[in-house]
Structures are given as structure tokens and as C-alpha cells.
Design a protein around this ligand. Structure first.
Ligand code: PLP
Length: 356
């Protein structure tokens, strides 16, 4: 740290991303990326013209992506803001809403970025404990009168709440913003986007990083009523108007429109998740019923730390968190069926090594 950094940032603990090794020597099941490439239609879209077009600033409306989202979800373009990853729109939301009298309330086990954003934007943060089975305590979020941010499905548990629960939380906090972060909604869950048409305080955020295979392109969005979107656009235009580059906008439009490829690849993730869940249970793991592109699991025979280290020796990266309540769980991203077979075989070998 230099002597110039201002005081309030000196004790920030930044978000810790999963390891991103340079090169492809590992089977990467640690950051919930897609194991599949983006839609093949994207390959033809990025050509010499598009690269030459980079001399111009990008479209401030990210129109290609915005129109494709409007079409997919049957909402108006005024109900959408497109951003540089969904982390950026979450940052805008944390900046824009919750004044000094209110808190931002999140589950105590959830996406690691929420408390970091709260800190950097000077917001008071309220951590609401999950129930002992790691499910969300819906009642604890009702009538809070604070800004609420919930990942649904939650990360890293993969557990979901229902549209009814979301409705209850939003209507009982009608004077505050309720954000549902749907980064993992495409793996079997039902989106709450349609509820934004009747609930004026609800914001849905989504990302192209998981189900649409564009983590490196950095693309996300929020859907809400047009007044809320206008507020978020005000922040965007006061911060970084050209936040989405033109090639990413092009790719986003394609990824959102190619529903055939999208449906095929997400179904493969769902099938592989079912396979992995069943196989891990056979090996005496406790596995939560995930609705995401990862599973959250705990072995009855080996600590998470030891299991991760041994898998890494065998060329497979998974993730565990140094958080008390979930210390012995690992999060394993769903890969191709070959990845899942390799992981299961490696796990069997590890259990044998330690005489289980
Ligand atoms: C991955 C993820 C995001 C954001 O991803 P971006 O790559 O910034 O779009 C947001 N929320 C949750 C819960 C995530 O897991």
C-alpha cells in the first residue's frame, strides 16, 4: 500500500476470485465458467470489419444485446441496462440505492462481492443468517425495510427460493429496492423477470458469464421498471458511458438470440449436474440439491482442504471457502461429461489413498 491511498480504503478486503492459471493444464472446475465455447454463430460475427470498427467508440446503448434481451424476455428496452459484467450493474445498484439510514441486507453465505461493494460504496451492511440446512430464511427478509440483495439460486449453495417467496420479500419491503441476482437462473430455475412488471421495487440482474459462455467478454444486465433503469443509466453515464465494447455487444446479441445452442448447452449442464450429484452421493458425500452450474458438497471422509489439494495434484481445480459455516464444503463447477468422469475417478483414487 502506498502512503497515498485514502484512509477509508485501507482496510478493504477485496473479493477473492478463483484461481485462473495461465494456460490450460488444469481441468477448471473452480470458477463456474461454461465448459462449452460461445454459440458457433459468434465465430462468423467477429471478422476484419468488426476489428477495424474498434477505432470508433462503442454504441452507448449496447443496442444489439439490449434488443436481444428485450425480445427474449418480452420487456421494453427501457426496462434494461447492459453493463460490463453483472458485477458492474451490481456496483451501480450499490452506489445508487440505500442511503445513510438504511442497510444493504444479504444472506450471510452468498456471493463474496456483496460485502465488498457495501464497503467500497460506504453502505451499512446487514448479514442475515441462512437456516441450518443452508436454505434462505425467507421470514427474516420480510418487512426489513432495508435494501435487499439475494442471489437466486444462491451461491455457493445452489439452493433456490420460489417466485412466491420473492413476491413476499418484495411486497413486504415495498419502500426499498429488492435485487435478485440471477447469475445461475438458466440451469433449471424460473426467472423472476416477469415480476418486475408488477413489482416496482424489484431488480433482476443476470450475466452472460455462465449459461452463455462469455465470461471473458464481460457482459451483464439488469431488468426493472423504467424509472429504476433511468437511475442506473444516470450512474452509468456519470461513470463510464462506453462500458460495453462493440465486439462484446455483437457477441451478446448473438448469444441471447441463439436459443437452440443455449438450450442444448444448458441442458447438458443440468444432465451432468445430476450425474455428478448421484456419483458423489455414492461416494458418501453430502450434496445439496443444486439448481446452478455447480454443486456444493461435503465428504464424510476427507476435509475440503485436503480434497482440493489432492485434486489439484491430479490436475483438477475446484473451490472451497475459508468461511466457518461452510468450511468443509467444496464447490465444484459442472463441466463436460468427460470432466465429470475424470473428477469422479480422481475422487475414488483419493479416497483409496486415504484408505476409505
Ligand atoms: C458470476 C456471478 C456474478 C457476476 O458475474 P459477471 O462475470 O460479473 O457477470 C454475479 N453474481 C453471482 C452470484 C455470480 O456467481
Amino acid at each position: 500500500m502506498s502512503r497515498f491511498l485514502i484512509e477509508k480504503f485501507s482496510d478493504i478486503k477485496p473479493y477473492t476470485p478463483g484461481e485462473q492459471p495461465v494456460g490450460y493444464e488444469y481441468i477448471k472446475l473452480n470458477t463456474n465458467e461454461s465448459p462449452f465455447p460461445p454459440s458457433p454463430l459468434a465465430l462468423n460475427a467477429i471478422n476484419k470489419d468488426k476489428i477495424e470498427g474498434l477505432r470508433l467508440y462503442s454504441d452507448i446503448e449496447a443496442s444489439k444485446t439490449t434488443k436481444a434481451i428485450a425480445n427474449y424476455y418480452n420487456v421494453d428496452v427501457d426496462n434494461i441496462i447492459v453493463t460490463n459484467g453483472s458485477d458492474e450493474v451490481l456496483a451501480f445498484i450499490f452506489m445508487a440505492f440505500a442511503d445513510e439510514h438504511t442497510y444493504i441486507a444479504c444472506p450471510n453465505i452468498s456471493y463474496g462481492f456483496y460485502p465488498v461493494f457495501a464497503k467500497i460504496f460506504d453502505k451499512q451492511y446487514l448479514s442475515i443468517p441462512l437456516k441450518s440446512d443452508l436454505s434462505l430464511d425467507i421470514d427474516a427478509f420480510c418487512g426489513l425495510n432495508h435494501t435487499i440483495v439475494i442471489a437466486n439460486p444462491n451461491a455457493p449453495t445452489g439452493l433456490m427460493i420460489s417466485l412466491e417467496d420473492i413476491k413476499r420479500i418484495a411486497t413486504s419491503n415495498a419502500n426499498n429496492i429488492v435485487v435478485i441476482d440471477e447469475a445461475y437462473i438458466d440451469f433449471g430455475g424460473e426467472s423472476a423477470v416477469q415480476l418486475t412488471k408488477t413489482l416496482g421495487n424489484l431488480i433482476i440482474t443476470q450475466t452472460f458469464s455462465k449459461s452463455r459462455s462469455l465470461a471473458g467478454a464481460r457482459l451483464g444486465f439488469a431488468i426493472a421498471n423504467s424509472d429504476i433503469i433511468a437511475d442506473l443509466r444516470k450512474i452509468k453515464f456519470s461513470f463510464n458511458p462506453y462500458n460495453v465494447n462493440s465486439m462484446t455487444d455483437e457477441l451478446g446479441g448473438i448469444a441471447m438470440s441463439d436459443t437452440k445452442y443455449f438450450n442444448t448447452t444448458r441442458q447438458m449442464i443440468i444432465d451432468n449436474r445430476q450425474y455428478l450429484t448421484a456419483e458423489l452421493r455414492k461416494l458418501n458425500f453430502v450434496v445439496l440439491d443444486s439448481m446452478a452450474n455447480f454443486v456444493f458438497a461435503k465428504s464424510n471422509n476427507i476435509t475440503a482442504e485436503c480434497y482440493c489439494a489432492k485434486l489439484k495434484e491430479k490436475g483438477i481445480l475446484i473451490r472451497h471457502f475459508n468461511t466457518p459455516l461452510i468450511y468443509n464444503y467444496v464447490r465444484i463447477s459442472i463441466g463436460t461429461i468427460e470432466d465429470m468422469l475424470t473428477l469422479i475417478n480422481a475422487t475414488k483414487a483419493i479416497l483409496k489413498e486415504i484408505n476409505i
